[in-house]
Design a protein around this ligand. Structure first.
Ligand code: ADP
Length: 500
């Protein structure tokens, strides 16, 4: 069952020191202009880890001016692409050298299992940097045929100063998804990290400078959304905005971008992804994958498989086994070996999740297991499973962003397609079947940006990720992500001397 409560009450001392807490502007760590700081908290206890410089509009102005200068006058967009590539490759090497420190900072600030951070996420950060390093010297335009005696070419140019706003659920990976393509294409950046998790990105950005990034190319402003974030989104001198976060905030930043200088915006927003277990499924395997799809990262994934649709033929067996699996999930101090689930990120999320659990109970869903806090300190929640969930219940409609599995029963394929698609979201879906016809039908019919067939959360650097509908605009990772950071310039030259 769960690990001992003592493991939660006596948190393990994190094997790392916090060295960087200031804003990173123009290659220097500096205090906020206001001198203000905010506390970043340990989700295991609610205790303060560090006081971090709190950037606001004035710091964003400074950072944008520095990035502007680095872009307009500095070497970065002008140097041989091969040199930019070498910076990114050296950065990847440094990430590997500091793997465990980065992972420890990530776990301390976020609460995710250290093993997950150290063995999957930090290695993935290095992998993403090498992937984008590979692109740096392969970005080029086309020669275009035209009606008439013209030489027509397209130049793929960096877009300029990119504003990037990231969330707290995968601080380092979100850093990589944003910084990788922007730098490979030769842009300058002003990034705002999430106020819950400012630490790991500051360390990573420091390593990037050690790898040879010219100063001013990447500026990191820690701070809050309505101040620092809004200042980036509405800045007249930011040429592009990339945002990952909630759909509600996505709407806000899109409006700020439109009202200011109409900067193009990519958005990676919320989801309520279906995980569809078909009637031919091997139930044990389906239970395990559906469990992973929902509970991974404390349920704090925008693409979490948060509506588990199970065919009526296997439903009862599935519910029984899903409950048993959740009961066996090991919850505890994320620095402890073998732990699958740490605390939620903060008290706001903790309260929000418990409210959703109450709403599930009140609306008549069956609480199979969990439903309450785990231990008596920090923000741990017991793995929770609801069965008999109906489409119109709040727990089946809203993004809960926590360890709460909701299981829904269905009869046939047309019905589950209709129900899976009847949401404002369209980020991802899971399909579990051995039947190739069923798989093909579902992959074509689901209106989502990713369908994982007999798999889930496969996040290779080259696989594009993004949403249909209110889950977002544009794609990150893979070849598609480069377009977010490029302008296309058409150059038209007559082949002969013009007649005039
Ligand atoms: P969550 O509810 O999961 O924290 P948010 O969408 O609020 O998701 O946060 C994602 C990122 O957006 C964070 O870096 C946050 O500070 C930032 N943010 C929040 N509100 C705004 C805003 N009004 N303008 C710009 N950025 C914001």
């Amino acid at each position: 069952k769960y690990s001992t409560a003592a493991a939660v009450e006596d948190p393990i001392n994190p094997p790392v020191k916090v060295n960087y807490t200031q804003l990173l502007i123009g290659g220097q760590f500096v205090d906020a202009a206001s001198g203000k700081t905010f506390q970043t908290l340990d989700p295991r206890t609610g205790d303060v880890i560090a006081n971090v410089a709190e950037g606001d509009a004035e710091d964003v102005n400074r950072a944008v001016a520095t990035a502007r200068k680095a872009f307009d006058e500095g070497p970065w967009p002008r140097m041989a692409a091969y040199e930019r590539q070498r910076v990114l490759l050296r950065f990847a090497d440094l990430i590997e050298q500091h793997n465990d420190e980065l992972a420890a900072l990530e776990t301390w600030d976020n609460g995710k299992p250290y093993e997950q951070a150290a063995k999957i996420e930090v290695p993935m950060l290095a992998r993403l940097m090498r992937y984008y390093a590979g692109w740096a010297d392969k970005i080029h335009g086309l020669t275009v045929p035209a009606d008439g005696p013209y030489h027509v070419q397209t130049l793929h140019e960096p877009i300029g100063v990119a504003g990037q706003i990231i969330p707290w659920n995968f601080p380092l990976l979100m850093f990589a998804w944003k910084v990788g393509p922007a730098l490979a294409c030769g842009n300058a950046i002003v990034m705002k990290t999430a106020e819950q998790t400012p630490l790991s990105a500051l360390f990573a950005a420091k390593l990037l400078h050690e790898a040879g990034l010219p100063s001013g190319v990447l500026n990191v402003v820690s701070g809050f959304g309505p101040t620092a974030g809004a200042a980036i989104a509405s800045h007249m001198d930011v040429d592009k905005l990339a945002f990952t976060g909630s759909t509600a905030t996505g709407k806000v930043v899109l409006q700020l971008a439109a009202k200011s200088n109409l900067k193009p915006v990519t958005l990676e927003l919320g989801g309520k992804s279906p995980f569809i277990v078909c009637e031919d499924a091997d139930v044990d395997k389906a239970v395990e994958l559906a469990h992973f799809a929902l509970f991974f990262n404390q349920g704090q994934c925008c693409c979490a498989g948060s509506r588990t649709f199970v065919h009526e033929r296997v439903y009862d067996e599935f519910v029984e086994k899903a409950k048993a699996r959740a009961v066996n999930r090991s919850v505890g101090d994320p620095f402890k070996g073998g732990i699958e689930q740490g605390p939620q990120i903060d008290s706001d999320q903790f309260d929000k999740i418990l409210n959703y659990i109450n709403s599930g109970i009140e609306s008549g869903a069956t609480l199979e297991t969990g439903g309450e806090r785990f231990g008596n300190k920090g923000y741990y929640i017991k793995p929770t499973v609801f069965s008999n969930v109906k489409d119109d219940m709040l727990i089946a409609k809203d993004e809960i962003f926590g360890p709460v599995q909701t299981i829904l029963k269905y009869k046939d394929l047309d019905e589950v397609i209709r129900r899976a698609n009847s949401t404002c979201y369209g980020l991802a879906a899971g399909v579990f079947t051995h039947n190739i016809d069923t798989a093909n039908t579902l992959t074509r019919a689901l209106r989502v940006g990713t369908v994982w067939v007999n798999s889930f959360d496969t996040f290779d650097a080259a696989i594009p990720f993004g949403g249909y509908k209110m889950s977002g605009h544009g794609r990150e990772k893979g070849i598609y992500s480069l377009n977010n950071y490029l302008q296309v310039k058409a150059v038209v030259t007559p082949l002969h001397n013009p007649a005039w």
